[in-house]
Design a binder for this molecule. Structure first.
Ligand code: ARG
Ligand code: ZN
Length: 864
């Protein structure tokens, strides 16, 4: 069934209060729910109370204390016919957490019990109007075996606890803040806390706990530091204070997504909590900080103000991603953070926008809402709000968000409410801007600069491509920050923000005796794709001189993208042209390595080659083999050409001791960067350096970087390092995930064979999403593996591997299985032979009996 945004109806019944009583047990938990229900004055007066269920059977149903006989099932839902306006409904269900492999609702993970209710998991716990516009005050009581479940947690504050004579104990929790059921959480198990506290600006002392399994407590300090920093930052940046006396975070090893913002009780995937230098890379540290911030910031953007319906998901996710991006930018290097965020957008969201699953940040319809927790809703959603901030200016934007929080506190709001608040508070006219909420597709902006007399004229035009269900598009307002560099001085005269709001527009700039060098979309002000025929020399100039770090990175990327696209797209006709392109890139890269004014973290960004996914995006139809060969060819040429520089760089940065500061982190980033180029151009040199780096490593960043490089090489050092790594970290699931991921993501010619062997290894299991992603997502996003580039011809072995995985995983964990459809869904943009093989695998999946709604929706849309 298709759910449509336009068909929203307010609920007929509200549930101002709910009491939940859990008799906890791993495979049979009894749930008694007592709902105070009240007819909604905004409803249409219907007397049927619809309580959603998913796989539940009611043991007893009472209304106002009397056994009810006026109830029936409608599919999975329980319907009760009521008269009058106020009732108390009590329902008893029994569920099996240990049998819950979908990891939605109440489930068991490593002997502990935990919940995930967003989006529609609460209906797997008890019958309830499972929609975000029904807000209730929760009282929770739980009882269970004290030895098995020594710690009992839920939302809000613990109001009472005690022990029984039979070895069980109990706890009662009360959350004073009304919330939708997707924010309910319960955790019971053997856990140990890193405890600290934070005093808010208003003087409220908040107890903070990061709960983990015993043995993991030494890896929680970074999460705690990040939490305290988040709480402080939100007070300063957005004026948001925490509103309870307690804030709990629990780390769980079996988790479908990253983490969950349940009120006062955030539940996290262990990978976004646990970190120490021995087991976590610098990137892992950043991810912990970002996700801790993200979930904490949801307390206001998500919890105090929630969503009216799931079509509004970007209201909380887009805004909260923007907030976590701003937080991380303030904690570290803002320039590097911006570049990383754009890289994620381009490699994950742009392909979504140009593929069969394209949808606006506020979708119009869905079959399974879990499929809409996408890079579009999250990352493009953040970009859309960031554009408002760029247009309003920092201070006016803050007035807008202040107004939004004040106006809608306690409500279930819409994206439209947010836009209106920004209009009113920041003084913007966003009438046309609303197109960003309703139109899918990445706008393509064509740029041309011409020059006559002393006037430089910028000609811009935009096309928003057709996407499924949206054949015709309106022009969007596209804010572009730009600067024009004087060729004589090498300087610009200040930045300007222009807004392209029509299909075409021209902007004139006077006072230029020569045509200036254009730097446009500085800071990536708009999530668009820009095409221009900038001369290579201008890109080289910007790559060396642009004072906007993002623009400098962009110039470097464009230089490489232009060359590689020409090389694979046929624009390069002879070897001399290829060589000229490589020479220009080689000189630019050498300048980056030599530039003593650059910090190493930024140098690392400038040295990264554009991904194959991003290169494919530039072509209507891509030949993954040609792209891979040309990109690897360039990398190998650079590795040979710059070998001395790269080895000197590797020597320099290898001399720095471990530290968490920017310099030491920059050094670690470059260590592996240098090896990556050397591995392509001078594999023997790289193998010995990587083996030495592996052996000398006193931290995971160096160790993983070295192992990654070794994994792609056909050398005995590879097997030695892999065996050492496996044994050294035995029992540490998150590090063993890396061991899987590095092998499945490698450039090794036998990578697909390795994937198959790993799938059969005793460490592999389909029941743990982290392990599944470590092996199969790494494979699906690795062109070498996915497109089986080592094979003679095209035999589709990579596609078959992913399709087999989808079929095997779907009955176990549909949400995670459905995430693997998108890579196959790219078939329309791939050369004909591979395209047919990809499509055939999708058809094979589509034909399977009993596919989940999650996978069926994605497969059907992908076949189109
Ligand atoms: N709201 C969470 C977050 O972004 C993610 C929700 C997980 N959703 C799911 N369907 N498992 O922070
Ligand atoms: Zn979120």
């Amino acid at each position: 069934a298709v759910i449509r945004r336009e068909e929203y109806q307010p609920p007929e019944w509200l549930v101002p209060e709910i009491a939940l009583d859990f008799a906890l047990d791993l495979d049979s938990t009894k749930v008694t729910a007592t709902l105070v229900v009240r007819q909604n004055p905004e409803g249409s007066g219907g007397q049927t109370l619809r309580l959603n269920g998913d796989g539940l059977a009611a043991r007893t149903v009472t209304v106002d204390g009397q056994a009810a006989n006026d109830w029936r099932m409608d599919g999975q839902d329980l319907l009760i016919e009521l008269t009058g306006q106020n009732h108390t409904v009590e329902i008893e269900t029994v569920i099996n957490p240990a049998g819950n492999s979908q990891l939605m609702g109440l489930y068991a993970s490593n002997g502990m019990l935990c919940t995930q209710c967003e989006a529609e998991g609460f209906r797997r716990i008890t019958f309830f109007p499972d929609r975000p516009d029904v807000l209730s005050t929760y009282s929770v009581r739980m009882a269970g075996d004290k030895a098995r479940f020594p710690v009992l947690l839920s939302n809000g504050n613990c109001t009472a606890q005690g022990e029984n004579a039979d070895g069980t104990h109990w706890a009662e929790w009360h959350d004073p803040w009304p919330k939708p059921c997707y924010l309910f959480a319960l955790v019971a198990g053997e856990l140990i806390a890193n405890h600290d506290s934070f005093t808010t600006a208003g003087g409220r002392k908040v107890d903070l706990n990061i709960w983990v399994r015993p043995g993991d407590e030494d890896r929680t300090q970074h999460a705690m530091d990040s939490l305290i920093a988040s709480m402080k930052w939100d007070e300063e940046a957005f004026g948001r204070e925490y509103d309870l006396d307690l804030f709990n975070v629990v780390a769980v090893s079996d988790f479908n997504m990253g983490a969950m913002e349940n009120k006062g009780l955030n539940v996290f995937n262990t990978r976004y909590v646990l970190a120490d230098p021995q087991t976590a890379t610098d990137a892992d540290y950043d991810a912990v900080e970002g996700v801790i911030g993200h979930e904490y910031f949801h307390n206001w953007s998500g919890n105090r103000i929630t969503c009216r319906d799931w079509f509004q998901l970007s209201l909380k996710e887009g805004f909260t991603v923007l907030r976590d991006q701003m937080f991380s930018a303030d904690m570290g290097s803002a320039a590097v953070k911006r570049i990383e965020d754009v890289r994620v957008l381009r490699s994950a969201q742009f392909p979504e926008d140009s593929g069969p699953l394209a949808h606006p940040i506020r979708p119009d319809s869905y079959q399974e809402i879990s499929n809409f927790y996408t890079s579009t809703v999250y990352n493009k959603g953040a970009e859309v709000i960031r554009m408002m901030r760029s247009m309003a200016g920092v201070e006016a934007f803050r007035k807008g968000t202040d107004l939004y929080f004040a106006r809608h506190d306690g409500e279930a709001a819409t994206c439209e409410d947010f836009v209106v608040a920004i209009e009113d508070g920041a003084g913007l006219d966003l009438r046309q801007f609303r197109q960003w909420y309703s139109q899918a597709g990445t706008p393509q902006v064509k740029v041309r600069l011409d020059h006559e007399g002393d006037v430089a004229t910028l000609h811009l035009s935009q096309v928003v491509p057709a996407t499924p269900g949206q054949p015709v598009k309106q022009p969007m307002p596209i804010p572009l920050r730009l600067a024009l560099f004087d060729r004589d001085t090498g300087q610009h005269r200040g930045e300007e923000l222009i807004v392209l709001d029509a299909e075409q527009a021209s902007f004139a700039f006077s006072g230029f005796t020569r045509i200036p060098v254009l730097s446009i979309n500085r800071g990536f002000t708009a999530p668009v794709a820009i095409t221009s025929d900038v001369p290579t020399a201008d890109l080289v100039f910007l790559a060396a001189n642009d004072d906007d770090p993002f623009a400098r990175y962009e110039a470097m990327q464009s230089l490489i993208v232009q060359h590689l696209v020409a090389a694979v797209g046929g624009g390069i006709l002879c070897d001399a042209e290829r060589q000229a392109g490589r020479d220009a890139i080689g000189r630019a890269l050498a300048a980056v390595i030599d530039d003593s004014a650059l910090d190493d973290l930024m140098r690392g960004e400038l040295m990264i080659l554009p991904s194959e996914a991003y290169l494919s995006e530039q072509l209507k139809v891509a030949d993954p083999g040609a792209i891979h060969a040309e990109r690897e060819g360039l990398k190998a040429w650079l590795g040979r050409e710059l070998k001395d520089r790269l080895t000197a760089l590797h020597d320099r940065v290898s001399a720095l001791p471990y530290g968490r500061g920017a310099d030491a982190r920059g050094a670690r980033k470059l260590k592996t960067q240098a090896l990556v180029y050397l591995a392509a151009g001078a594999p023997e040199e790289a193998a010995s350096r990587a083996a030495a780096q592996y052996a000398a490593a006193d931290n995971m960043t160096d160790r993983q970087g070295a192992l990654m490089v070794l994994c792609g090489l056909d050398t005995p050092a590879r097997d030695d390092a892999l065996a050492d790594f496996r044994q050294r970290y035995d029992g540490n699931a998150l590090v063993i995930d890396k061991w899987f991921s590095l092998q499945a993501g490698s450039l090794h010619p036998k990578v697909l064979e390795h994937v198959r062997a790993l799938a059969d290894s005793p460490d592999f299991t389909l029941t743990n999403p982290n392990r599944v992603r470590a092996l199969y997502m790494s494979c699906a996003v690795n062109p070498k593996a996915f497109h089986a580039l080592n094979q003679e011809g095209e035999n589709g072995e990579g596609y078959r591997t992913i399709a087999d995985l989808i079929l095997a995983l779907d009955p176990i964990n549909a949400q995670t299985a459905a995430r693997f459809v998108a890579p196959l869904g790219r078939w329309r943009r791939i050369e004909p032979k591979r395209s047919a093989l990809m499509r055939a695998e999708l058809e094979r999946v589509a034909k399977a009996p009993k596919l989940s709604r999650d996978t069926l929706e994605q497969v059907t849309k992908s076949l189109g």
